[in-house]
Design a protein around this ligand. Structure first.
Ligand code: C5P
Length: 232
């Protein structure tokens, strides 16, 4: 599995998204489509971007009863995406059902990645709102191990946690990591940030990069800089 840079297409319309992608005339970046664009444009935008030759991480973070997630995953798999995700909090039964749903008749399937605890959750919120009293990092690693035991391919985590995830779940288990910024860039609302080069040293398998590329004066140059720092 090669390391790669995934651009987060955090746009609210197909027009803005395609205008952004039109700037890439020489390469076809791996892209992430999240709830905003998917809910605005529906599955058609996924098919259109796939038809343009991009790999797609469909970031919809499913979390429901196992049977519903299984059937929803079968639909997403039919869109021919390359990677998708769910919440590990949905339990192992839900993750196993999701894998069954994702697997196509020919045995192939998109990569399936788990969200552990969102980075917007902190210890106090977890204790007060969802009555989880264990330390947050233990919860994250437990969820990662449950995902690995269920047969998933990896987790979304900080580059700072990639090493721990690999030690607990194996080196083939993917650490897909947002929170990436250039050394001379603006962190925005991300709190714990890492440069692409540092993410590579820490063992990230894929970095997910949004605004440092989408809001750059020259997005293609910013993407190339990310690739050269991260992939080499
Ligand atoms: O613009 P920026 O580089 O911060 O975008 C990062 C992307 O990764 C966004 O789509 C964001 O929703 C996503 N993400 C994140 N932190 C997580 C999980 C997902 O920033 N813990």
């Amino acid at each position: 599995m090669g390391k790669d840079v995934i651009i987060a297409l955090d746009f609210d319309s197909k027009e803005k998204t395609l205008a952004f992608l039109d700037q890439f005339t020489e390469e076809k970046p791996f892209v992430k489509i999240g709830m905003e664009l998917f809910y605005a444009e529906g599955p058609a935008v996924v098919r259109e971007i796939k038809a343009r030759g991009h790999k797609i991480f469909l970031d919809l973070k499913l979390h429901d009863i196992p049977n519903t997630v299984k059937k929803a995953m079968a639909v997403l798999s039919g869109l021919d995406v390359d990677m998708t995700n769910l919440h590990a909090a949905g339990t192992r039964a839900m993750m196993e059902a999701a894998l069954e749903g994702l697997t196509r008749p020919d045995g192939t399937r998109p990569l399936l990645i788990a969200v552990t605890q969102l980075t917007s959750t902190n210890q106090a919120r977890m204790e007060q709102d969802i009555l989880i009293e264990k330390p947050l990092d233990q919860v994250v690693m437990h969820y990662a191990r449950c995902a690995a035991q269920s047969g998933l391919d990896g987790v979304v985590c900080s580059p700072l946690e990639a090493g721990k995830v690999h030690n607990a779940c194996g080196h083939g288990f993917l650490a897909v990591t947002p929170g990436v910024r250039f050394a001379d860039g603006d962190a925005g609302d991300q709190v714990r940030v890492t440069t692409p080069a540092r993410a590579r040293e820490l063992g990230s398998d894929y970095i997910v990069v949004g605004r440092p590329i989408t809001q750059a004066a020259d997005p293609v140059a910013a993407y190339r800089r990310c690739v050269s720092e991260f992939v080499g």
